[in-house]
Design a protein around this ligand. Sequence first.
Ligand code: DX5
Ligand code: ZN
Length: 219
Amino acid sequence: MKHIIAPSILSADFANLQRDIEMINTSEADWFHVDVMDGAFVPNISFGFPVLEAVKKYATKPLDVHLMVVKPQRFIERFVHAGADIITVHYEACVHLHRTIQTIKELGCKASVALNPSTPVSLLKDILVDLDMVLIMSVNPGFGGQQFIPQSLNKIAELRKMANEINPNLIIEVDGGIGISNIESLIKAGANAFVAGNAIFAAPNPTQMIADLKNVDVS
Ligand code: DX5
Ligand code: ZN
């Protein structure tokens, strides 16, 4: 299967959000990546339900919702109703991660767990079988436009090895500092879904950048 490209609307122009949504709709992108930040789990606030609902109204592709929120279990049902298709919660934000994952799946969404750069992949061993996806943060969450942390490559390779034994269909998504210069090494390490914000929206031609990221040659 070809890898997935998920443009992050955090880097979109919110004054022209419908235009940017249409750009993603007509591009080779696979998903919309939607970053929800609460000002407590991360040192930034982005947007919540009304914006997600507005995106859902126009988006013709699945919404990949990344919750950078403390105790995300409080809001799962509302995010499902607002239009999420895939929900990622942070390992570091959940005391009862297993229960939260079950709730996401019972409500009909794909379930995913994100790891901060300092959180080892080995901590996911006993939950891996229940997950559709793991999101490896390759920057500290909170802001777009940061620099990729190279240690993420080792984490991806280690996680792919674990997944091959426990859950071979696991999607490994990477988020933060991804662009045309590092996507190839990330694919080779075992990742197969890529979030990109700055690389796409700061490009002279965002549609072309999405195509370039999608069609990168790894042979
Ligand atoms: C960071 C967010 C990312 C962010 C990525 O906390 O989770 O999704 O939008 O942006 P870039 O690709 O600019 O690093
Ligand atoms: Zn994200």
